[in-house]
Design a protein around this ligand. Structure first.
Ligand code: TXE
Length: 508
């Protein structure tokens, strides 16, 4: 199948595909071989201003936000069908741009198809106004709670799951009648361009969506500071998240952020060892560790630690790396040269801090694997002898690096203490055959999602998001919809009378 890589113009503003006035472009690179896939338009503040103005006008003057949910949700369902129809092409584009395997790209598309279908149903629940009745409401009053869209929503997404992260925001935002300005990562913009084209094909009004391909630095401040933007939903790194929250504070705009994690995977001695090894591998090495919920911290009970770690190392060495398009590949490269340098830096740091690298820790050998030499590959890495004082344990490396910490036999409290001893709180795992204990520990973890005897699954019906510095707000589930909804109370006095509060009050 010929790959349909989106071509310029790649900005979608005021209902039209367009390029920048300056003619500025940016290459997008295939991380498998460092070749340029294509050039996309690089928007600047001027294009961001135009997109905001168009979105604002459309939200304020069109009937889009006043349509019945049924009408909008028909579009969502149509979109879900289109995602499936275009899955082969869309998956190829995602794989070329991010380096992830085709299988992972396809799973992402299936997952977000379900997210669109879920919100097509869920949003309709908000179409019914809530009548407030009871002894606190006078009989003459009609008290109604109604739901409205928030308005102009800026959706800023990262490079690790471009399709998935965008659709988690797009589906609830559009289902509830908002207007969106989409800003994908400059590292992986291609699937987002394709997704916007499919929105138009599904029949969403052209001005309900605007697309800016650009770096965060060139359009970010214009988008997040604007008084005409009502909401920013951001997924990305901690330092950018902080900057965005500060910038949104000026206009008190709604702002939800998902900022990654440093996620513990707690393994008790009574686990099924083969299952635990498998879960630890899946948790940390899927998509080369470029996953916000990656189980990068192994916290293991002393008596089985050596056996478990040996099993993980043995299997980590066998992970087949390669082109995401090759069905034999189990994992692909890191996303960029810059990110590879960051991951390499963390392994160097780990060694300096006293960690013992048991496998990986470098790029694949170029003589042994010449086919991997041009790409940004990094071997699955296990670092033993780690503790909480080390930066490799505290900071998100976002690479295929597993750190190993041990806790005393039988000391559940210590396991929980270690697992919660992080500035983040996005996700975690518990591996134990004792399901009562596993459930108890899961409830004690200060993390937004906890997997027991598995790792990584999610469902559109259940909320996703973090405690602590992993962010605020939630995506997915009914709370994921609430982020995009304003709630209004209408108190309607049907038999008005003088209130008589001020003595001077009288009929004129
Ligand atoms: O992310 P950024 P980067 C983590 C991971 C990674 C680190 C840095 O640890 O190594 O973050 O990655 C846009 N105003 N995560 O630098 O900068 C940017 O263009 C508005 C975790 O790539 O956070 C992109 O679209 N937007 C994460 C998006 O923010 C701005 C997934 C994310 O980029 C902006 C990816 C600004 N001032 C990385 N500056 C997760 N939570 O899953 C940048 N952007």
């Amino acid at each position: 199948m010929a790959v349909d890589i989106p071509q310029r113009p790649t900005l979608f503003i005021d209902g039209e595909w367009t390029s920048t006035l300056s003619g500025k472009t940016r290459p997008t690179i295939n991380p498998y071989d460092a070749q340029v896939l294509t050039e996309v338009d690089e928007a600047g503040p001027e294009e961001a201003e135009r997109a905001i103005a168009s979105a604002r006008k459309f939200f304020d003057t069109s009937d889009w936000s006043r349509q019945s949910c049924k009408q909008r949700c028909a579009l969502l369902s149509r979109y879900a069908d289109l995602l499936q129809e275009h899955k082969p092409k869309l998956a190829q584009i995602e794989t070329l741009d991010t380096g992830k395997t085709l299988k992972e790209s396809e799973i992402d598309i299936d997952d977000v198809t379900n997210v669109f279908r879920f919100y097509a149903m869920e949003a309709c629940k908000l179409d019914h106004d809530k009548q407030v009745t009871g002894e606190l409401i006078p009989e003459t009053v009609r008290s109604t709670v109604v739901h409205e869209p928030v308005g102009v929503c800026v959706l800023i997404t990262p490079w690790n799951y471009p399709i998935l992260q965008l659709c988690w925001k797009l589906a609830p935002a559009l289902a509830t009648g908002n207007v969106v300005i989409v800003k994908p990562s400059e590292v992986t913009p291609l699937s987002t361009i394709y997704l916007v084209k499919l929105l138009l094909e599904a029949g969403f009004p052209p001005k309900s969506v605007q697309l800016l391909t650009a770096s965060g630095a060139s359009v970010g401040p214009t988008l997040t500071e604007s008084k005409d933007v009502d909401l920013v939903s951001f997924t990305g790194g901690l330092s950018t998240g902080r900057r965005i929250i500060r910038s949104c504070a000026e206009t008190i705009k709604r702002c939800t952020v998902e900022l990654g994690g440093k996620n513990p995977n707690v393994v008790f001695a009574d686990c099924d060892l083969d299952l635990a090894v498998d879960n630890v591998l899946t948790a940390v090495f899927t998509h080369s560790g470029q996953v916000c919920s990656s189980g990068a911290r192994l916290i293991v009970e002393d008596s089985i630690a050596d056996r478990l770690v040996a099993g993980v190392v043995e299997r980590a060495k066998q992970i087949r790396m390669g082109s995401g398009l090759d069905p034999e590949s189990e994992t692909g490269p890191l996303v960029s040269a810059e990110h590879l340098a960051k991951v390499e830096g963390y392994v160097k740091l780990a060694r300096e801090e006293g960690g013992k690298v048991l496998c990986g820790g470098c790029r694949p050998d170029a003589k042994e694997h010449p086919e991997l030499a041009k790409g940004y590959f990094f071997l699955p890495t296990v670092v033993d002898r780690c503790n909480r004082s080390m930066r490799i344990v505290q900071e998100e490396t976002f690479g295929p690096i597993l750190t190993v910490e041990r806790f005393k036999d039988g000391d559940e409290d210590e396991a929980v203490r270690l697992a919660n001893d992080t500035q983040y709180g996005l996700a975690g795992g518990v591996q134990s055959k004792d399901t009562t204990r596993a459930e108890r520990v899961a409830r004690r973890l200060r993390h937004g999602t906890v997997w027991v005897n598995t790792y990584g699954a999610y469902t559109p019906q259940a909320e996703w998001g973090g405690f602590g510095m992993s962010g605020n707000g939630r995506e997915l589930g009914s709370k994921g919809l609430d982020e995009y909804v304003e709630t209004k109370h209408i108190w309607n006095e049907t038999q008005p009378a003088l209130m008589g509060w001020f003595k001077g009050a009288a009929r004129m």
